[in-house]
Design a protein around this ligand. Structure first.
Ligand SMILES: Cc1cc2nc3c(=O)[nH]c(=O)nc-3n(C[C@H](O)[C@H](O)[C@H](O)COP(=O)(O)OP(=O)(O)OC[C@H]3O[C@@H](n4cnc5c(N)ncnc54)[C@H](O)[C@@H]3O)c2cc1C
Length: 390
């Protein structure tokens, strides 16, 4: 470990993609991963129902980045999969993101025609409009519709998911799920929507299968790594380490929580076996008040599979929690919670680390930002290529 060129903390997309690029260029790489598996949050496995289960929530690959597809296709084939989500609204299942079909299902024919007309005239077909923008419209009819959508799609879902109201949270969060002036009921509109044909874990196995890469599972990095920000150096097992450290874990943990704990949202999955088919699509959202449904969504994993088993199925009922690293529940950090305070705390940690020139922060935890899998693939490729230029 001490004699390697590059030490990487974390075997998710950030760690594995950069490891492979550096290994291909002849660098010796050691990856420390605290879990008992590779793949980070994209880890999947075949469960007792022959269902490909996504351990940390459903992961759908979608991108318009040719570079990410080209790189990942070295390690996997793909099959077509277009994700569709329904929302349980007024006891009906309607398309999410909320679109023209959702309007048809929820309003009487005359009103629906009128509302669709107003939206198309104002924004044009195939447009995505963030809910916060709709609510600010000058047109009272659009504002009325926006209030309905806000109440039935966003308000309670956001409160359950984030523990904050939609107004309190960064607009980028609600903006990610816009209202669609369209009949396209796919959740994503990217040009490439496919799943790895043997699953994500198999793809990671191939990516990390390289003579220059050594993966140490069940290895908490902080049992080996110590950062001395004042001296500007890193120690590995007590000895000064002059190689490169790529850290994809929690930056507050790396610095001993000296500026406080960065807030995250966590999740718990109540996984259940059922017979046959449970629901018509992979994900059904429950944007209802917590008193009605305390969970946010239910995922039926086999609906993402190419050859799904018929008789049995596995579902996961998803409950959001406030992240608590020592708690019995909610102890996995899933989503950064962006507030002015958390952004300032993160910036203070980054400032401190600037004194340590051989540590690099990469990935959704270390950079305290939301990355999709294609985005972190692109970011890790760009990062590793730049590192090799130095
Ligand atoms: C519920 C959920 C659903 C998602 N769905 C999608 C989707 O449908 N499509 C999509 O494109 N993206 C999705 N994402 C985003 C996707 O998970 C991320 O893009 C991806 O996981 C980022 O990879 P990463 O390597 O940065 O982080 P991670 O996958 O979290 O990997 C970090 C790794 O570092 C390890 N680690 C951390 N600290 C330490 C330590 N101290 N010592 C040793 N190891 C450590 C962790 O165990 C983990 O394995 C989803 C995310 C969530 C939370």
């Amino acid at each position: 470990m001490k004699n390697t060129d590059v030490l990487i903390v974390g075997a998710g997309f950030a760690g594995a993609v950069s490891a492979r690029v550096l290994a291909d260029a002849g660098k010796k790489v050691v990856i420390l991963e605290k879990r008992n598996h590779i793949g980070g949050n994209a880890y999947d496995w075949i469960d007792e129902n022959d269902v490909m289960r996504h351990e940390y929530g459903p992961h759908i690959f979608h991108t318009s980045s040719e570079k990410a597809v080209q790189f990942l296709s070295r390690f996997t084939g793909w099959y077509d999969y277009e994700h569709r989500v329904l929302g349980c609204i007024e006891d009906q299942l309607v398309p999410i993101p909320f679109n023209l079909t959702s309007i048809e299902k929820l309003f009487d024919a005359q009103k629906a025609d009128h509302l669709k007309d107003v939206l198309i005239r104002t924004y044009g077909m195939e447009k995505k409009v963030p809910i916060l923008e709709l609510r600010k419209s000058e047109d009272p009819e659009i504002r009325e519709l926006a209030e309905y959508i806000f109440e039935h799609v966003f308000k309670y879902y956001t409160m359950k998911q984030w523990g904050y109201t939609a107004e309190e949270i960064d607009p980028a969060v609600t903006g990610r799920v816009p209202v669609l002036v369209s009949y396209d009921d796919r959740y994503f509109q990217d040009t490439f929507q496919k799943m790895p044909d043997q699953g994500y874990t198999a793809m990671f196995e191939k990516m990390l299968d390289h003579e220059n890469i050594q993966v140490c599972l069940n290895t908490e990095a902080m049992d080996h790594l110590r950062v001395d920000a004042e001296q500007g150096c890193v120690y590995v097992d007590g000895e000064k380490f002059d190689g490169i450290v790529i850290f994809t874990g929690l930056v507050d943990q790396l610095l001993g929580y000296t500026n406080g704990d960065l807030p995250y949202r966590s999740l718990e999955f109540d996984v259940q076996s059922k017979a046959g088919q449970y629901q018509p699509v992979t994900t059904v959202n429950y944007p209802t008040p917590a008193e009605v449904n305390p969970y946010t969504r239910i995922t039926e994993y086999k609906n993402m599979m190419k050859d799904a088993p018929k008789e049995k199925t596995t579902i996961a009922v998803e409950y959001p929690y406030k992240y608590n690293r020592t708690g019995e529940k909610g102890n996995v950090p899933y989503y950064p919670v962006f507030t002015d305070d958390s952004k300032a705390m993160y910036a203070a940690y980054v400032e401190k680390l600037k004194a340590v020139p051989n540590i690099y922060l990469l990935g959704r935890l270390a950079e305290y930002k939301y990355y999709n899998m294609d985005q972190i693939t692109d970011a890790a490729l760009a990062f590793a290529e730049k590192l090799l230029e130095k």
